[in-house]
Design a binder for this molecule. Structure first.
Ligand code: GLP
Length: 256
């Protein structure tokens, strides 16, 4: 894992945006995995401002709530169109987001997996992290080799996400999410985390044991993972000074 601690969330986001811009210039038909939540909002704003060419890009979103329509203001469909897709020249047919209203949920999840493979696999997966270490909606104790499937949200995640809904009661109990095995097959992973609320989850994921208790800890096994942090999210990392030192001393050809 490469831990990139920047002076603030804006700077950490810029690193991530530059990485995605570089990928799109090297591979205009890249396949990108996208996340929702408050963390990537600034990233999407920055990408929109960069006016990149998305015409050949294919995207796969990590997850979606079960039981709410794509038009629901808090669906991840709405989130993505409001914050990114509606402002870039992506082709609608290349956008993939799990269908929270699928009748045959196992069948839909299997077809989502097949679609990712048919697209050539994910080149870069953007991730946020839950306060309990979840990635996508893979809550603690999710199988570390899981595939796209239905999951039950923890009470904590429903609490955390209640701020987007009118009340906690309105937060769905279930979701569809790419599995941890699915995420781990992405060629490159870019995890963003900002704020003190994420410090414990990040410290456990980066420096703790690999355990399904903190699903993000499996990223220690991924060969190309970058973790972009602000100082608050990095504050519980024991080796934070080392990570800063490494980043400052990167060979020129590796710099972002
Ligand atoms: C949500 C999403 C995750 C996201 C996480 C953190 O529940 N399913 O993909 O990374 O929780 O959200 P936020 O960025 O709002 O803190």
């Amino acid at each position: 894992m490469e831990i990139i601690i920047q002076p603030d969330a804006e700077a950490a986001t810029s690193v991530a945006a530059r990485l995605i811009a570089r990928l799109l210039s090297e591979k205009p038909n890249a396949v990108i995995g996208l996340a929702t939540g408050s963390t990537p909002l600034r990233l999407y704003q920055e990408l929109v401002g960069m006016k990149l060419d998305w015409r050949q890009v294919t995207t796969f979103n990590l997850d979606e709530y079960v039981g709410i329509s794509p038009q629901h203001p808090q669906s991840y469909h709405s989130f993505m169109w409001d914050n990114l897709f509606g402002h870039i020249n992506i082709s609608v047919k290349n956008v993939n987001i799990p269908d929270g209203l699928a009748n045959d949920i196992p069948g839909f999840c299997a077809s989502y997996e097949r679609k990712i493979i048919a697209a050539g696999g994910i080149d870069l997966q953007v991730l946020g992290i839950g306060t309990d270490g979840h990635i996508g909606f893979n809550e603690p104790t999710s199988s570390l080799s899981s595939r796209t499937r239905i999951k039950t949200l923890t009470p904590q995640t429903r609490k955390d996400n209640a701020r987007f809904f009118g009340s906690e009661a309105e937060v769905p109990h279930h979701c569809l999410t790419m599995g941890i095995g699915t995420i781990m097959e992405a060629r490159q992973i870019l995890l963003l985390a900002f704020g003190a609320g994420k410090a414990k989850a990040i410290a456990e994921a980066v420096e703790g044991p690999i355990t399904a208790r903190n699903p993000a800890s499996i990223l220690q096994m991924h060969p190309v993972t970058k973790v972009c942090l602000d100082p608050a999210a990095a504050s519980k990392l024991e080796l934070q000074e080392y990570y800063r030192w490494v980043y400052e001393h990167k060979p020129v050809w590796q710099q972002l």
